[in-house]
Design a protein around this ligand. Structure first.
Ligand SMILES: [Zn+2]
Length: 148
């Protein structure tokens, strides 16, 4: 009799564990993307950053269940492309992948353009956030690099 109730109890525990692994079909989202403290989501003007100076990016992301990864990429947009092609030398480029967890995550990056030799002009800050189930959301922020 005692053995049966232990078995039942074990069964109940296993069932409640299994319930947590519900399929996540909901995409993660960007709550805030700031360049030098200026909010970029739905911004009407482009933020300018200066060559050979550090600039700061703050990213807030959220998921209904669990976050997994944040990809941060910067590349030139001199041709006003729509991501069909990416190339060109002697322009500023940045590429990092960060592991994130939980329902909410904040990532702050200090990026140094580190040379005055890089080409000024239009750039893209391209962000991609992934959750544990592989759902992803992208957000592209246009901004400008200038020489003071
Ligand atoms: Zn681009």
């Amino acid at each position: 009799m005692r053995k049966i109730s232990f078995a039942l109890l074990a069964g109940i525990v296993l069932c409640s564990c299994g319930e947590k692994e519900t399929i996540d079909n909901e995409k993660p989202s960007f709550k805030s993307v700031k360049i030098n403290t200026v909010e970029q989501i739905n911004a009407t003007t482009e933020t300018e950053v200066v060559t050979n100076e550090e600039f700061k990016i703050d990213i807030d992301v959220a998921d209904n269940i669990d976050l997994s990864q944040l990809k941060v990429e910067i590349h030139e947009n001199f041709d006003g492309h729509n991501h069909a092609k990416i190339a060109v030398l002697d322009t500023f480029a940045f590429n990092e992948i960060h592991t994130i967890t939980g329902k909410n995550a904040t990532k702050s990056l200090n990026i140094w353009t580190n040379t005055t030799d890089i080409a000024n002009g239009d750039y893209h800050l391209e962000l991609q956030v992934l959750d544990k189930s592989g759902n992803s959301t992208e957000y592209v922020v246009p901004f400008e690099i200038t020489t003071p």
